[in-house]
Design a protein around this ligand. Sequence first.
Ligand SMILES: Cc1ncc(COP(=O)(O)O)c(C=O)c1O
Length: 384
Amino acid sequence: MDETLLMIPGPTRVTPRVLKAMSENIVNHRSAIFGKFLTETSEMISDIFRTTNKSYILTGSGTAAMEAAIVNILEPGDKILNVVGGKFGERFSNIVEAFGGESKRIEVEWGKAANPNDIKEALEEDENIKAVTVVHNETSTGVANPIKEIGKILDDYDALYIVDTVSSLGGAEVDVDGYNIDICVTGSQKCLAAPPGLAAITLSDDAWNVVDNTNSRCYYLDLKKYRKTSSMEPPETPYTPAVSLVYALHEALKVVKEEGLENRIKRHELAAEATRNAIKALGLELFPDEEVSSTTVTAVKLPEGVTDAELRGTMRNKYHVELAGGQDHLKGKIFRIGHMGNITHRELITTFSALEMTLRELGFDVEMGVGVAAIADTYLPQKL
Ligand SMILES: Cc1ncc(COP(=O)(O)O)c(C=O)c1O
């Protein structure tokens, strides 16, 4: 069994009790026993989304839920405003185009956060925009977008508000009903610390109204079928779900509940703060501005004179700590430290101790222990 410490922005390591839940025997997915699992899982997800609306569990990764969010409200030619400041903002735009929609993009420099006023301007300019997509936590750049402020603006417009919380739900403040979010999506394998393979989506009444009046081009991800089967007795999914993964997600969400959502978010905030402090102590440079940096993943500029392969290769092969690289044009320019899911000071101390040794080995004049000390100094005043 590979014991590499995963410090990537998902998938994250899962607790033994979640792994154990997954080993339960398979039941009929159209039975009362599975219906109860399904209902409880979707209710726990709705609680974490902070919505009174129903949530639906989809078999597929986070991208399946992103696609479901778009295809169910889209007819060819419909205009969707996509806020694009990284790989996942771009993905929403690509999905819109793949299904014949017109993607109007607000380009945000990678590493910066979206400006809510730009969205307001775009909506003022074109009253035919059907929906706006925003990625809460742009995992590719380590930026958290201001979804609360954007929600306030969207309240004055008919356009639906679609938010991707794949890498933030359970690790950052998300309040679907409070932020006027119409469609919110997430994935199982990040802050919720369940295995990869499931996604979740929730829709407001306004969103359902659009879904019901859209001649959409979808089959497997047709949400009307999920709504119908989830209201049956016992509740079901339209097609065979990944039963074992539902067991695992159910258990992982119980863990979230036991920790308490607020405590869990605070733990993520603290891990992010400690990581940033340690990066700065080592003389490295954060990629995004600190005010907009994510609570779940920290992007760091690769120091000059070292390649991504050397840095992450040494971390992985010698110290068994897995970090993530940059994506697209940031490949070879940044590396990313994921601190989502079950991460605490224990994993961060190991990571930074390995990073110090790696940097020293690669010829940097690093004072050993300063990164680790920054982690300790961040955590010590806290009541753990
Ligand atoms: C913000 C964000 N959205 C969407 C996705 C896509 O999720 P998946 O890889 O589970 O399809 C990811 C995955 O990294 C993500 O970080």
